[in-house]
Write a protein that binds this ligand. Structure first.
Ligand SMILES: NC(=O)c1ccc[n+]([C@@H]2O[C@H](COP(=O)([O-])OP(=O)(O)OC[C@H]3O[C@@H](n4cnc5c(N)ncnc54)[C@H](OP(=O)(O)O)[C@@H]3O)[C@@H](O)[C@H]2O)c1
Length: 304
């Protein structure tokens, strides 16, 4: 492959849009395809080009994929390769199962396409703050080739080994995301019902040893009830299900993950699907007989 790689980018959703934008801003030669073309068009202001057909990306050196589920990944990769042309490497960043990732690897290896599994940690705001991280698996030489591009998008990329190992790391990460968010919702509602304003409670938590990048960046949503989507309840349920499937496969009991999965299900069942998954807080408040109001207090997200 030549030193300046041509890049194809499939999927300009919340995550893909920001990631492709950083590559283009960083001087990359980026050709983007999104099922809903208009969503990708604003990327042109960063120097990216937007394709009409997915097949236009087939002969790029490296193609990134950032869509929703494995079913969608399979669909876009099949369409990409339909005309018999092929890229040098495919980097798949969506959160998908071990089995899906292995099936994709087999499909790509048969066609002589290098494959790096590279799911990510962080939402669109985290990407903008330059703090996205990748966890990667596959052939080490594919990782070494991809690393300069990954470093243009995020702050770090960890190589965890061959095959689909990065998938289980990402699944574990998101099970933790679900469980921690539910736990934070429970204790925030408990403290408030006992009389402590949410901003005061979370300020203390964030400064304590229990505070984290995550608890800090969810604080504005919890305090002021801004539930503009960063990550949908449906996508979080998908990841909890991937975690529970993996628990069954490897015979690991996951009682907290099971309970949290069902709480996310309750939220979806009630029709809370179009806002951020942090509406787990509202569900918890409702179950506690509490009607939450925005506190209208300025709180930082710790990302600046
Ligand atoms: N949001 C987060 O905080 C976050 C963090 C880490 C990882 N993830 C993972 O990253 C992936 C993307 O998440 P997101 O939040 O960016 O989701 P999103 O905003 O819903 O975007 C999904 C993207 O996939 C495309 N897509 C879905 N199904 C497709 C299909 N069958 N054919 C072609 N394109 C299809 C959508 O195209 P359209 O625009 O046409 O709908 C859109 O570009 C998911 O696997 C998610 O679990 C998300």
């Amino acid at each position: 492959m030549k030193s300046k790689k041509t890049i194809g980018w499939i999927g300009a959703g919340r995550m893909g849009y920001e990631m492709a934008g950083l590559l283009a801003k960083g001087g990359g030669d980026v050709l983007v395809w999104n099922r809903t073309k208009e969503k990708a068009k604003p990327l042109e202001k960063y120097g990216a080009r937007v394709a009409d057909r997915i097949g236009e990306l087939a002969e790029r050196d490296i193609v990134f994929v950032m869509v929703s589920t494995y079913k969608d990944v399979k669909q876009v990769v099949t369409d990409l390769l339909a005309a018999g042309k092929k890229p040098g490497m495919l980097i798949e960043c969506s959160s998908i199962s071990l089995e899906g990732s292995a099936e994709l690897r087999e499909m790509l290896e048969k066609k002589g396409i290098q494959y790096l599994a590279a799911p990510v940690s962080g939402n669109a705001k985290v990407i903008k703050a330059g703090k996205l991280t990748f966890v990667c698996s596959g052939p080490k030489k594919a990782f070494d080739l991809a690393l300069p591009l990954l470093e243009k998008i995020g702050t770090g990329a960890s190589y965890v080994g061959e095959g689909e190992l990065s998938r289980i790391v990402k699944i574990c990460h998101n099970v933790f995301l679900g469980v921690v968010t539910q736990s934070l919702a429970e204790i925030t509602v408990l403290a408030q019902k006992a009389g402590v304003p949410r901003h005061a409670f979370l300020e203390f938590m964030n400064q304590s040893v229990m505070g984290s990048t995550f608890s800090r960046y969810k604080t504005p949503a919890f305090v002021n009830l801004d539930f503009k989507v960063t990550f949908t309840p449906h996508l979080l349920r998908k990841d909890m299900d991937l975690g529970l499937d993996a628990g069954r496969k490897f015979e690991v009991p996951m009682p907290l993950a099971s309970a949290t999965r069902d709480l996310i299900q309750s939220m979806i069942g009630q029709g809370w699907t179009e806002q951020d998954f942090a509406t787990l807080l509202l569900q918890q408040a409702e179950a506690s007989g509490l009607k939450l109001k925005p506190e209208n207090v300025e709180v930082g997200d710790g990302l600046a």
